[in-house]
Write a protein that binds this ligand. Structure first.
Ligand SMILES: Nc1ncnc2c1ncn2[C@@H]1O[C@H](COP(=O)(O)OP(=O)(O)OP(=O)(O)O)[C@@H](O)[C@H]1O
Length: 621
């Protein structure tokens, strides 16, 4: 909603700009013309705002003087924005040495006394207002650099920016399309406030006779003239002072109005987000063991081959020597309790380790290319080779743009088609994810979608690049029970229709049973078991898998308490040197004090347990 103060301020600034630019048309007197018969007169028909002590028309001097004010604001603002926006964004988005250097330089400039430096510049270049304003623009920029840097740091971490990276957007595209639009209101507010300061400084310099030299008109010079004639013609203060005050107030008020409108827009969109996505405990899980997709692809050459992948965050290893393969068209579930490293592993595949972490060692071979060794190949693979769907669809979508625009942008990036073709592909994608009225949904913003609908759109976005592998990190966690079932059915159908492979991260054995060919169980940053899903359900070869399966709520019997695994997953800093599960394991013995390696107790079965052979024999007997 446009506020009256904001509208009035904008109106005043537009009027002032037009009037100063059209000054020769609006007044018959030149700013230097003297009418010595009417010195220090008040308003008359000939001189609408009166005259000064030399009989010069005040309206003319005000309008022509306004030109130098506008020019000064323009010059200082141009420098302020060019430096502020470029360095603020670069510093926050790129980090590293760019950030270090920018922050240090900004701190240094911040410490300099701006007005003194401007006076020094004017003493070196007397009367050169351009040099003064450019200097003032440079000295003012640290404020906006700091603000934009910290906002960019926050936006950079948002999931829709990660999703844009996964979709294969370059840094420039992400900055231009996803980060800059979020900063526009801040930039406008800062620019308005800075412009108000420039108007004041420019007037001050004019007052002191340091800007444009007499007899050229300046607003500050008008105030100086008025103050000298205060006892004889107090009226002069009105035309010379009031426009100045109104302009400064209008700029401040415009900044406030933009800030309020932006804040309101954000809070409305956040508050009205429909919530069919409560974080409820699921109760619709299928009974464990009812595996519906059971064709394993062992023997097929892998589409994705993760080899000894280790990931550090803040110098602490959080994932260690993880290996698994995914064949074309295969669905693999990664299972484990919270904090076992499932999400970090799936993000690590795409080179998007959270928390400033890094892949410390290992390979991620996709179609034979090592994505760890080749960041360029990794960037190319994102979106087209490998797509990613997160558990928070709402934040994975850019709140600024409609569904149609986001999907259209992704389609055009991947398919290089024209707008008409992109529109029809967008409709096709929305159809694929079973969105009932694609045209209507395409016109909505993310906050106008329900959780289930948003997840469908996020999946459609992931499908835009026709990926060979879809990584879905707990794609149903944030959705309610009925919607969860629909999304799982959708994923299964899409997998069957498109033949893409799926890596699904989940806590839920129901999801594994429903969707997956094979499962990889992770515990404390390591793979502890990997097997065909049916085999694993029938005969787990690691006590942790057995414990998780026993704790599966679908196996609960009425009247009997659900078994749980005692204790909790140790934090990465507390990992023991031996078996990491030993402290919670009923079968632990002395051998578990030593590091345990991953072995293959049976074909296509991996287990990290000293008793895996025993468990195999017991299960078989
Ligand atoms: N942004 C981060 N900064 C620091 N540490 C992190 C960050 N993200 C994850 N970790 C750490 O990495 C380890 C693995 O976390 P991860 O999120 O991969 O677990 P997860 O098995 O996916 O758990 P969940 O099911 O809860 O998502 C945890 O110890 C966690 O504390």
């Amino acid at each position: 909603m446009v506020r009256p103060a904001g509208a009035l301020s904008l109106g005043w600034l537009v009027l002032l700009t037009v009037a100063t630019l059209a000054a020769p048309l609006l007044t018959t007197h030149g700013p230097l013309d003297q009418d010595l018969g009417h010195v220090l007169s008040g308003p008359t028909a000939d001189h609408l705002l009166g005259t000064d002590n030399l009989g010069r028309d005040l309206l003319s001097r005000l309008l022509f003087g306004g030109r130098s004010t506008l020019l000064a604001v323009g010059e200082a603002l141009a420098v302020f924005l060019a430096l502020g926006v470029t360095l603020g964004l670069a510093s926050g988005f790129l980090g590293g040495w760019v950030d270090w250097l920018t922050v240090r330089t900004a701190d240094l400039l911040f410490a300099l006394p701006g007005i003194i430096i401007v006076l020094v510049v004017l003493s070196v270049f007397p009367g050169n207002l351009h040099a003064a304003m450019i200097t003032f623009g440079v000295l003012g920029s640290p404020g906006i650099i700091r603000i934009l840097r910290s906002q960019t740091l926050g936006i950079r971490e948002e999931l829709y920016v990660a999703a844009a990276k996964v979709a294969g957007l370059t840094r420039q595209q992400i900055l231009r399309r996803h980060i800059l639009p979020r900063l526009i209101s801040t930039v406008i507010v800062q620019a308005a406030l800075f412009a108000a300061i420039v108007v004041t400084i420019q007037a001050g310099l004019g007052f002191l006779g340091l800007g444009a030299q007499p007899p050229d008109p300046t607003w500050g010079g008008l105030v100086a003239d008025a103050s000298q004639a205060l006892d004889r013609a107090p009226w002069m203060l009105v035309p010379s002072g009031i426009p100045l005050v109104l302009t400064v107030l209008a700029l401040g008020s415009l900044g406030d109005a933009v800030r309020d409108a932006a804040t309101e827009g954000w809070s409305v969109s956040r508050m009205t987000a429909p919530t069919d996505a409560p974080r409820t405990v699921r109760d619709d899980r299928r009974p464990a063991g009812t595996v519906t997709t059971n064709s394993t692809r062992s023997g097929t050459s892998a589409l994705l081959s993760v080899r000894n992948l280790s990931i550090d965050i803040g110098g602490v290893p959080v994932v260690q020597e993880v290996s698994f393969d995914i064949a074309p068209g295969e669905t693999v579930g990664v299972v484990g309790e919270s904090g076992c490293g499932k999400s970090v592993t799936s993000l690590g595949i795409l080179g998007l380790v959270p928390g400033g972490g890094r892949v410390a060692q290992g390979q991620v071979l996709f179609d034979g290319t090592d994505l760890v060794a080749s960041p360029a190949a990794r960037t190319q693979v994102r979106g087209t080779g490998i797509a990613y769907v997160s558990q928070e669809p709402m934040v994975a979508l850019d709140p600024m743009f409609t569904v149609g625009r986001q999907l259209g942008e992704a389609v055009r990036r991947h398919e290089r088609c024209d707008r008409r073709e992109a529109r029809s592909r967008v409709t096709e994608l929305l159809d694929m994810v079973n969105i009932p009225d694609p045209a209507a949904v395409a016109g909505r913003h993310p906050h106008q979608l329900s959780g289930g609908m948003a997840q469908r759109v996020a999946i459609a976005l992931a499908l835009a690049g026709r990926p060979k592998l879809l990584i879905a990190d707990e794609p149903t966690t944030a959705l309610d029970v009925t919607v969860q079932a629909e999304i799982l059915t959708l994923l299964r159908n899409l997998q069957a229709d498109t033949g893409m492979a799926v890596l699904i991260v989940t806590h839920d054995w129901g999801v594994v049973a429903d969707l997956c060919h094979r499962a990889v169980v992770m515990y404390a940053g390591q793979v502890v078991e990997a097997a065909d899903v049916e085999e694993m359900f029938a005969r787990p070869l690691h006590p942790y898998t057995a414990g998780l399966l026993a704790a599966n709520p679908h196996r609960a019997r009425e009247g009997e308490p659900l078994p749980t695994i005692p204790g909790t997953v140790p934090a990465p800093r507390d990992w023991p040197s031996g078996c990491r599960f030993a402290a919670r394991c009923e079968l632990a013995d002395d051998r578990c004090a030593e590091p345990v390696t991953l072995t293959e107790p049976a074909p296509d079965r991996l287990s990290r347990c000293v008793r895996s052979q025993q468990l195999l024999a017991e299960g078989t007997s």
